[in-house]
Design a protein around this ligand. Sequence first.
Ligand code: ASP
Length: 292
Amino acid sequence: MMKPIVVAHAGVGTPNRHKDGPAKACRQALRFLGKGRSALDAIVAGAMVLEDDPRFNAGTGSYLRLDGVTIDMDASLMDSNSNFGSVIGIKNVKNPIQVVRQVIDSPHVMLYGDGATKFAYLMGIPEYIQRPTSNVKKMLLRARQRLKEGNPAYYARKWRNWKFRKTILKELGGTIGLVLFDGKKTFAAASSTGGTSYSLPGRVGDTPLIGCGVFAGPAGAVTATGVGEEIIKKTLSKEVYLKIAAGIPPQKACEWGVNLFDPRIPIGLLAVTREASGSAANQQMAKAVVPD
Ligand code: ASP
């Protein structure tokens, strides 16, 4: 009899001292599996714990975009039975991942913007007016200041010379993600975010895109965190999955994935197979695994 495995992170850049959050999420997912719930339902339950934790950049703690008023959230879910769903730029719901779960049962795979928010309400998910946390407001001020000074983080270097920079006038970390094996045959991956620092309203990262922020198949499940613009260009979760499918252990596959990037670009990965789990990041990344 194989055992379930759940791994969760709270975003590359999130200090290790916050790993109690991912640990609580893993235990919640495991509890759901213990009650006989599906891999998808269990991973959603785990992700909701992190979305409700204001320390992390997803759900309640989602970042403000650079305009200082917009909160746009992206989230996705995939399992090894080819179920995939995502929402892009959803607003005013507490748990974007819960909406994604409903998208999977709908005739579509992706919903964006107002359409996604209306769909959530139609599905009985209540409106939730988001108020930026004091931490989120601080991050925004810092990012705007760095932009004004022409000195944003390395991963945001294109902002240095971008001609619209002055007319638009945050740091990375805190996106959430989980991978899970249900102890029988199904794998699942989940991710949810408020975007990165230095995000314009309308910007879409890797999180809602299949193969970029998440991927799951018969050999395992993978989720990525970090600079979405860079992750998309490498379809990172799918590439790491392909390594695992070729027999590379999940730990080695995650390390391989992180090493594809310049170390100044924050990147983190989680992966799970039937036998093991792995994780790698080029900065601190609060995370937990059960059983550990
Ligand atoms: N990957 C997310 C994005 O680019 C951010 C993160 O993982 O911190 O939207």
